[in-house]
Design a protein around this ligand. Structure first.
Ligand code: ATP
Ligand code: MG
Length: 315
C-alpha cells in the first residue's frame, strides 16, 4: 500500500513514564484509520507527534514523507488537525474564526469565504455564524473546530476524540462529515476511546494500550482473530441452570444473562446443534437460539484488560 503516514519504533517518554512505547504502523492514502485505546493509552501523545506538535523520544513519524520531528512545515499545509483540547477564539464569531484560519493558511479571500460558507452549512452552523463562539455550545464549538481544520482542504485530517461529550445529533453530524471526507479521498486519522465508533466508522483500527500497539487490522478481522469470544445464546421456556449446559462439547464456559444463557465457544455451529439435541433429550422447549460473533468491544476488553502485551500486529 502507498503509506501516507509511516510510524516506526515511535517512543515518547515523560520523565520516567513511557507514554508511547516503540509503536509501528502505516496508514494508506484514503484510509479512515481508527486509533483506539483507553484513557491514558498514549493516543493524544501519538497524534501530537504525528502533527508535529511534540517531538518523539525515539523513532520516527513520517507524514507525506516528511519527518514530523525535523521537517513538519512541508506536511503542515496538507494536514488538518482537531486537537483533544481546542477552542475557537471565544470573543470572535464563528465566521471570524474561519476567516482567521483562512488567513493563517494564506488562502485568498474569495476561496476562504466560499469554503467557509460550505463548511458552516454542512456542519449546521450557518445560521449561527454571526454569533460569538463563546455563545456556542460544546458541540457547536467542536464543529467549528472541525470546519477550521478543513478550511484549506487538507489531504489528511487528524481528529483527537472529536465526539467526546457530544450528543447523538452532533456525533452523527461529525461522523457523516468524516465519512464523506474519506469517501472523497481524504485520509483520516481518528483517535477515539469509543469502540463502537471505531467499529462502525473505520476501515482499519489500531488498538493501543499502555503505550503499546496490541493489534492493527480491520474491525472484522480483529473480531475473527479473537475467535474464542464467539458464543451461542439460548433461552428456554423454563429456567435452566448454567451447569446443565457446561458439559456440552466445545463449550469453554456458560454465563447467565437475564433470562438467557450464553455459551462461549470457538465452534458456535456445533454447540448450537448440541443444544438442540440436549433440549430434545431432556424435553426442554427453546424460546430462542442465536449464535453471536465476537464484538469489537469484547476484543478491546480482552486486549486492554489483560495488560496488553502485543499479540499479533499486522501491517
Ligand atoms: N505533558 C505530560 N507530562 C507528563 N505526562 C504526560 C503528559 N502528557 C501525557 N502524559 C502521560 O502519558 C500517558 C499517555 O497520555 P495521553 O494523553 O497520550 O493518553 P490518551 O490515550 O490520549 O488518554 P485519554 O483517552 O485520557 O485522552 C499518560 O500516562 C499521561 O499521564
Ligand atoms: Mg487523549
Amino acid at each position: 500500500m502507498s503509506a501516507i503516514i509511516r510510524v516506526d519504533n515511535l517512543t515518547r517518554r515523560y520523565g520516567e513514564r513511557t507514554a508511547v512505547d516503540h509503536i509501528a504502523f502505516e496508514v494508506a492514502a484514503g484510509e479512515l484509520f481508527g486509533f483506539l485505546g483507553p484513557n491514558g493509552a498514549g493516543k493524544t501523545t501519538t497524534q501530537r507527534i504525528l502533527t508535529g506538535v511534540l517531538p518523539p523520544s525515539e523513532g520516527t513519524a513520517h507524514v507525506l514523507d516528511h519527518d514530523m520531528a525535523r521537517d513538519p512545515l512541508g506536511a503542515k499545509e496538507h494536514i488538518g488537525v482537531v486537537p483533544e483540547v481546542a477552542n475557537p477564539y471565544l470573543e470572535m464569531t464563528g465566521w471570524q474564526n474561519l476567516m482567521l484560519a483562512g488567513e493563517l493558511y494564506d488562502m485568498k479571500k474569495t476561496a476562504r469565504e466560499e469554503r467557509a460558507e460550505k463548511l458552516l452549512r454542512d456542519l449546521g452552523l450557518w445560521d449561527r455564524r454571526a454569533d460569538r463562539a463563546k455563545a456556542y455550545s460544546k458541540g457547536m464549538r467542536q464543529r467549528l473546530m472541525l470546519a477550521m481544520a478543513l478550511l484549506h482542504q487538507p489531504d489528511i485530517l487528524f481528529l483527537d476524540e472529536p465526539t467526546a461529550g457530544l450528543d447523538v445529533m452532533s456525533r452523527r453530524n461529525i461522523h457523516q462529515m468524516v465519512k464523506d471526507l474519506a469517501q472523497s479521498g481524504v485520509t483520516v486519522f481518528y483517535t477515539t476511546h469509543n469502540v463502537e465508533e471505531a467499529n462502525v466508522l473505520c476501515d482499519r483500527v489500531a488498538i493501543i494500550s499502555e503505550g503499546r500497539l496490541a493489534a492493527v487490522d480491520t474491525p472484522e478481522a480483529l473480531k475473527n482473530h479473537f475467535a474464542e469470544s464467539q458464543s451461542v445464546q439460548v433461552a428456554f421456556t423454563s429456567p435452566v441452570e448454567p451447569e446443565a449446559l457446561s458439559g456440552i462439547p466445545g463449550v469453554t464456559h456458560v454465563e447467565k444473562e437475564g433470562d438467557k444463557l450464553r455459551l462461549f465457544t470457538s465452534d458456535p455451529g456445533r454447540v448450537a446443534t448440541e443444544i438442540a439435541l440436549l433440549a430434545q433429550r431432556q424435553g426442554l422447549e427453546l424460546v430462542s437460539l442465536n449464535t453471536l460473533g465476537p464484538s469489537l468491544e469484547e476484543v478491546f476488553l480482552s486486549i486492554t484488560g489483560r495488560g496488553a502485551r502485543p499479540r499479533e500486529v499486522k501491517q
